[in-house]
Design a protein around this ligand. Structure first.
Ligand code: 13P
Length: 249
């Protein structure tokens, strides 16, 4: 279902004390947001149980930063299955974050399998796509995000497109302070929507890459931008809350 949505990807940040402080800050004010968007935090896996317990009963949901491509259980050392994440309190799982693709060699096909496994466990995959600066400069943006998205749809079946959240995160805008302009992001979001067939009007498409309290309004005001996947700014309660307010209906 398409809806306004803000998710905070904590990446490899945090510890138990930080979880207490950050969530205390968020939970103290989140109820005062009128017509709030859907909201989730995505901590490192080991902090998921603590986070899930703290946010239970609030409007904040929980996601995982990755999910094993294999369903069921088995000899997959170091992996965490969708069922385990689900049992720990997750509703979402990121798949194909650019850091996973670039630093850990995840292929389009593997990302597709991870999305399929997430769906199999009842999780909503947040499928990350995005081009590097080199690819943008070579005018390959649409080709890259199309390839990345189609690999996921090939694995899940196009009929599952409705069950995905898509996150457009241009690699050159992640952690750089250099945001895509609202118009640049909107153009790619509109293109991504054309790739979703009959599900297009129903799919939530987030923008990620240096979203802050002071640029969120302009980004979320664009027709095809339904909210944000937030990195650095999601580690500060006041910033995260301001971004959630910007995505309120
Ligand atoms: P920043 O908001 O820190 O640029 O990170 C974006 C991101 O990668 C979220 O997944």
């Amino acid at each position: 279902m398409r809806r306004n949505f803000v998710a905070g990807n904590w990446k490899m940040h945090g510890n138990r004390a930080m979880v207490r402080e950050l969530l205390d800050g968020i939970l103290a004010e989140v109820d005062q947001i009128e017509a709030p968007p859907a909201m989730a935090v995505i901590p490192p896996a080991i902090l998921i149980p603590q986070v899930a317990e703290r946010v239970a009963g609030s409007a904040i949901e929980v996601g995982a930063q990755n999910v094993c491509d294999q369903e069921g259980e088995g000899a997959f050392t170091g992996e965490i299955s969708g069922a385990m994440l689900q049992e720990a309190g997750c509703r979402y799982a990121l798949v194909g974050h650019s850091e996973r693709r670039a630093l850990y060699g995840e292929s389009d096909a593997l990302v597709g399998q991870r999305a399929l496994a997430a769906l199999g466990a009842g999780l909503t995959p947040i499928v990350c796509v995005g081009e590097t600066l080199e690819e943008r400069d070579a005018d390959q943006t649409e080709g890259v995000v199309q390839r990345q998205l189609q690999a996921v749809l090939a694995a899940t079946g196009a009929d599952r497109a409705r069950d995905l959240v898509i996150a457009y995160e241009p690699v050159w805008a992640i952690g750089t302070g250099r945001t895509a302009t609202p118009e640049q992001a909107q153009a790619v979001h509109a293109f991504l929507r054309t790739q979703l067939g009959s599900a297009a009007p129903d799919v939530t498409i987030l923008y990620g890459g240096s979203v802050k309290a002071d640029n969120a309004d302009a980004l979320f005001g664009m027709d095809d931008i339904d909210g944000g996947l937030i990195g650095g700014a999601s580690l500060k309660a006041d910033q995260f809350l301001a971004i959630c307010r910007a995505a309120a209906a």
